[in-house]
Design a protein around this ligand. Structure first.
Ligand code: URA
Length: 291
């Protein structure tokens, strides 16, 4: 490619990133401008395109499959968790059925088991459990923290104000809310919307593991620090973790801000949008309006 072609390509990239951002502004009221994906990739030392990394080099658990993850450094595995942290019990491997129908049947059975769950005290104050929404056919799973008041009332995750913003973000990514799988680290509402305790997260963790194993997503988007702690078992700054790929059971994970935080701090939507653009790129899809 000549220098002029490269400059032209760069200009097109910037224009379409700007177009996508304006679309997000229209949808969510976000402010701020994103970096062009190529610029962001250079700054972070990634390849601009998703790269196939032999999973074995990254994580034994992936069983040697090649997965597409940007070549970003992975965090060290957590040391043995003290009791004030989420306990990642060595979980039994989930036997994943071969067909989609069987996997959905297992998910339905799991949802019914969760509805009767009394593993922790949150079961005493909940109205409904909120297990999941969406069919995950896009290959994306969003993992949040836990149900709020509206989710507890309806028994569905992310149907309150944060969920409405999440839906706008999903649409801005070029996806339908119905084709992403949305779930939470805990399935029962913590009273007064407090953060779930490490013991509550640990009690619910087996359900999340099984949901993710049965869904087999191509990408997991973790929303906020509590969800990140729920999945990886240690407390981390979401401001530092966001935007950096890591793996869960061989699946690329993108941590980003929780939509409830974005409602409080709209300026952070700019960073969240960068993270979601990286997810779209990882899926091999294009943003709406990019052709
Ligand atoms: N916040 C979450 O983390 N999950 C929900 O389902 C709703 C709000």
């Amino acid at each position: 490619m000549s220098h002029a072609d490269e400059a032209h390509h760069e200009l097109l990239t910037l224009c379409s990133a700007l177009g996508a951002l304006l679309e997000l502004h229209r949808a969510t009221g976000a402010s701020g401008l994103p970096k062009a994906t190529a610029e962001l990739a250079r700054e972070r030392g990634w390849s601009a395109e998703p790269v196939v990394v032999p999973t074995q080099q990254r994580e034994e658990a992936a069983g040697g499959r090649g997965v597409q993850v940007p070549a970003a450094p992975l965090p060290a595995a957590p040391a043995r968790a003290p009791s004030s942290r989420v306990l990642l019990e060595p979980s039994l491997p989930v036997a994943v059925p071969a067909t989609l129908e069987e996997r959905w049947a297992r998910l339905k059975a799991l949802e019914a088991a969760v509805a009767d769950c009394t593993r922790c005290a949150l079961s005493q104050t909940r109205t409904h459990t909120a297990f999941s929404r969406g069919d995950g056919s896009s290959g994306v799973c969003f993992v949040g923290e836990g149900p709020g008041a509206e989710e507890d009332r309806q028994g569905v995750p992310f149907v309150g104000p944060a969920g409405q913003l999440l839906d706008k973000m999903i649409v801005a990514m070029g996806l339908k809310p119905s084709e992403v799988y949305v779930c939470n680290v805990v399935k029962c509402r913590p009273p007064d919307n407090r953060k779930p305790s490490p013991a509550e997260i640990s009690a619910c963790r087996g359900y999340l593991e099984e949901q993710l194993a049965l869904m087999q997503p191509k990408v997991i988007v973790v929303l906020g620090a509590t969800a990140l702690e729920g999945l990886f078992g240690r407390s981390e700054s979401i401001t530092r973790a966001r935007g950096n790929w890591r793996l869960y059971q061989g699946i690329p994970v993108m941590p980003t801000f929780h939509p409830a935080y974005l409602l409080r701090v709209p300026a952070a939507k700019r960073d969240a949008w960068q993270d979601l653009q990286a997810v779209v790129q990882q899926l091999g899809r294009t943003l709406p309006g990019r052709g």
